[in-house]
Each structure stands twice: as structure tokens, then as C-alpha cells.
Design a protein around this ligand. Structure first.
Ligand code: 5AD
Ligand code: SF4
Length: 446
């Protein structure tokens, strides 16, 4: 039997987030809000009365996945949970979603999810439950405070949206214009997270380094204020735009001890004509000079980036320029994608779209280079000691997994250590994706 047209009030929920860390954060806030309404979290989508699919629209594959995920929520007896599509697909496709499938009860955009409880009530009453408003006021004030969830690392969204309009990107349309959350709200939330057990906070934003307020404070001021929060041990931030990489923020990397030596600074391409067609507003040279500045104040910094191969019109020479930039920088980590035309973006209309086979070939070549650079970076840490924040149990008995200051995963056997501990580890071996280490105290005692 299919579920009745008027769904019954859900008592349990499951939130599944796709895509970026900001979606992970939004998913947590939605779960906390539903919890505050008296609902309880179900183990998985199969047993939940209500499932929230918190979607990503950045590339075509990610967006199409939503529909197959919805289909998979149909149960053996033909019934299904109440289904809410949230996130960027909800924003981009809106009412098209309920036209395309009858299985969805609620459509809620990333700037409207504080109204999810009202939408659930509407769906129960059998009314249309769609909200993709992008109000000028931030949703954050309307959300309940952070729930206490003991975990050593936490995300904290401080900035949302993007005004840069890179020609390939849907973000300015799905997340709206750049907004910065207020200073006090951020510090209060950070303190609540630390009280709940967080040792590390990652500040999030589509353009996190564009954070600012009307008193002229910037992200580096926020980082310095967080540095003074007792109990907080590590600060990170992501994702940054080269144009908002201020001298103040670079100086913070030299001076703020809690700010970890890791910088994710997407460049997308190493070729100036392509950067121009992408509307990136930086050049290969200005990007490289920026990295030089950062490395001057923080020589050990781990650099990571985002790359798109196969942007319309990308020639062999353009691609080679990207490869040479990668070799020149020596990234510690990188994310790389095949260009995916997104409806409504200028690049989707450009001539000279690149054949999929050529994109495959370029992506493979680029990823081979990145993997070897990652391995080289990781190998340089072998023999050194560093603090590792333990985040979870490893796959083998007695093994724990944590993160180095440079965001590398470190596997370590550390008897007596617990999740949330900061332990001193000597790195003994390295692969492209992780390191193995030994507890320093343990070695001394032996
Ligand atoms: N096609 C491929 N990759 C994209 N990205 C953004 N839009 C697209 C697109 N249309 C990548 C960029 C960005 C990252 C979040 O996703 O590299 O930095
Ligand atoms: Fe998209 Fe460019 Fe904005 Fe990043 S800076 S979110 S790639 S438009």
C-alpha cells in the first residue's frame, strides 16, 4: 500500500546530507531543530517516519542522485516515509521536484530550513509544503541553540553565499548573496560547542574569508577572538577565495598558535585565458604570489586547492598550464572535477564544450600528479613528531585515528588514549592518504 496522501505526523527522522561541509553543518542544525521539536533520530532512512535529503547541486551527477535516492526510500510493502528535499537542489529546482516525483512531501531551500517544522505540519495537513525563500535576515537567529553533542571537532558556519559569479558555478543562485553572521552569535555558538566538548572548530563559508562586519572586522579578527576561547585548541577555516585573502589573515597564520597550518585556496585553472573565461578575477601569477606570501610567514603550511578540467574552450596548452601550476605549488591535498554544465550559468552556454573522453583523460593525468604530490608531502612528515587530535576508532582493534595539524589522517595505537585527546605522535610511515604514527610517551617509556 502506498502511504496515504495526508502523511501522519512523523515521530522519528533521518537527515542525509550530500556535498560540502556547509551542507553537513545545515544537516546537523536541522537534526537538532527536529530534536528540539520532540522528534527522535532514527538509525537510518529505512526505519524513519521522515527522511530529509539535504542535497547538493554543484555538479550534474550530484543533482541527479537525489531522484535515485528518493526512489530507494520506497519500502518493500510499497509504503514510504515522509520525504523532505532540502539543500541546493531544492533551491534550484523548487516545484519542479514535486512535478517530477509524487514521493516528495516537502521542498525547503538552504535559507529557509528554520521553517521545517511548519512545513512538516503543512504536509501533514495535505497542503503544499514548499519554501525556497531567500530572506535578507539570516535563518540562524530562528534556530534553537546548539545541542550538546560530545565530539572533538565541529563545524561552524560563519558566512554564506557568494557574490563572485564564476561562470560555471550555481552557488550564487542556490545560496544567494554573501552574508556574514554577527560576531556575537558566532562567538556564543563557538563557546557552546567547546562546552559540549569540541577541541577544534572549522569556520565555514562558501567564501569564508569574505567574512566581515560593519565595524570593519574581518575573519582574522574572529580567529583572534576564538584564539582566546579557553578549551578550544584548534581553529581551521574553509573555503577561501584568493581575492579575499587579506594581509591580516595571512598574518594570523604566523601569529595565532591555534590556527592550523592548512589553507584551502581553490585556483580552478593555471591558465589565464581560462581564468578570465571563468570570471575568477585572479591570474595565475597573482595566485602564486599569494601562496608565496603565505609560505613566507608559515613555511610548513599545507596547501590545498580545487581544480576543474575541461572548462569550455580549454586547449592542451591551457591544461598544461594547470599541470605546471600544480607541479610548481606542490599541493598537500586537492579536489578535482570534470567541468559539469549547470543550467542557468553563463559557461553552460559557451561554445567549445569539451568532449567527455578528453575530460576523463585530463582528470586522470591531473589526479596522478596530485596523488604523487600528496605522497611527497606526507613523506616529508615521516620522522617528525606532532600533536594529533584523536577523532575516532580505527578499523583494527586498539587503533585510533586522528588529525595532524596539516589535516592528515594519522593511524596510531595509543593505549589509554580516548577520542578527543590530543596526543603527541611520531610519524613512522606515510601513504598518499594517511600516515601511521607511534605515541611519543609510549616510545620513551619502552
Ligand atoms: N563543474 C565542475 N566543478 C565545479 N565546481 C563548481 N562548479 C562546478 C561545475 N559546474 C567545483 C569548483 C569549486 C568546487 C566546490 O566545485 O572547483 O571550487
Ligand atoms: Fe562558485 Fe566561484 Fe563563488 Fe566559489 S567563488 S562558490 S566557485 S561562484
Amino acid at each position: 500500500m502506498t502511504r496515504p496522501t495526508t502523511p501522519k505526523t512523523p515521530r522519528t527522522f533521518h537527515v542525509k546530507s550530500f556535498g560540502c561541509q556547509m551542507n553537513v553543518y545545515d544537516g546537523e542544525r536541522m537534526a537538532e531543530m527536529l530534536g528540539a521539536q520532540g522528534m527522535t533520530a532514527a538509525e537510518d532512512g529505512l526505519s524513519a517516519d521522515m527522511v530529509v535529503l539535504n542535497t547538493c547541486h554543484i555538479r550534474e551527477k550530484a543533482a541527479e542522485k537525489v531522484y535515485s535516492d528518493i526512489g530507494r526510500l520506497r519500502r518493500e510493502d510499497g509504503s514510504r516515509p515522509m520525504i523532505a528535499v532540502a539543500g541546493c537542489v531544492a533551491q534550484a529546482e523548487g516545484p519542479e521536484i514535486t512535478r517530477r516525483t509524487k514521493m516528495v512531501d516537502i521542498v525547503v531551500g538552504p535559507q529557509a530550513y528554520h521553517r521545517l517544522p511548519e512545513l512538516v505540519d503543512k504536509a501533514v495537513r495535505g497542503e503544499e509544503a514548499l519554501d525556497t525563500d531567500m530572506p535578507a535576515a539570516s535563518k540562524f537567529g530562528a534556530l534553537p541553540g546548539r545541542a550538546k553533542q560530545p565530539r572533538p571537532t565541529a563545524f561552524l558556519t560563519v558566512q554564506e553565499g557568494c557574490d563572485k559569479f564564476c561562470t560555471y558555478c550555481v552557488v550564487p543562485y542556490t545560496r544567494g548573496a554573501e552574508i556574514s553572521r554577527p560576531w556575537d552569535a558566532i562567538l556564543d555558538e563557538a563557546k557552546a560547542l567547546v562546552d559540549g566538548g569540541a577541541k577544534e572548530i572549522t569556520l565555514l563559508g562558501q567564501n569564508v574569508n569574505a567574512w566581515g562586519d560593519d565595524t570593519g572586522r574581518g575573519l582574522h579578527d574572529l580567529i583572534r577572538a576564538l584564539d582566546r576561547v579557553d578549551g578550544l585548541q584548534r581553529i581551521r577555516y574553509t573555503t577561501s577565495h584568493p581575492n579575499d585573502m587579506t594581509d591580516g589573515l595571512i598574518a594570523a597564520h604566523a601569529e595565532v598558535e591555534k590556527l592550523m597550518p592548512y589553507l584551502h585556496l581553490p585556483v580552478q585553472s593555471g591558465s589565464d585565458p581560462i581564468l578570465k573565461a571563468m570570471n575568477r578575477s585572479h591570474t595565475r601569477d597573482s595566485y602564486l604570489r599569494l601562496l608565496d606570501k603565505v609560505r613566507t610567514v608559515r613555511p610548513d603550511i599545507a596547501l590545498s586547492g580545487d581544480f576543474i578540467v575541461g572548462f569550455p574552450g580549454e586547449t592542451d596548452a591551457d591544461f598544461e598550464a594547470t599541470m605546471s601550476l600544480i607541479r610548481e605549488v606542490g599541493y598537500a591535498y586537492a579536489f578535482s572535477f570534470k567541468y559539469s554544465p549547470r543550467p542557468g550559468t553563463p559557461a553552460a552556454e559557451m561554445a567549445n564544450q569539451i568532449a567527455p573522453e578528453l575530460m576523463d583523460e585530463r582528470l586522470k593525468q591531473l589526479q596522478t600528479q596530485i596523488t604523487s604530490d600528496q605522497l611527497a608531502f606526507n613523506q616529508r612528515t615521516v620522522g617528525k613528531s606532532c600533536p594529533v587530535l584523536i577523532e575516532k576508532a580505527g578499523r583494527k582493534p586498539g587503533q585510533l585515528v586522528g588529525k595532524s595539524p596539516w589535516l592528515q589522517s594519522v593511524h596510531v595505537y595509543a593505549e589509554g588514549a580516548q577520542i578527543g585527546d590530543m596526543v603527541n605522535v611520531e610519524i613512522v610511515s606515510a601513504g598518499p592518504n594517511s600516515l601511521a604514527g607511534e605515541l611519543v610517551q609510549q616510545k620513551e617509556a619502552a
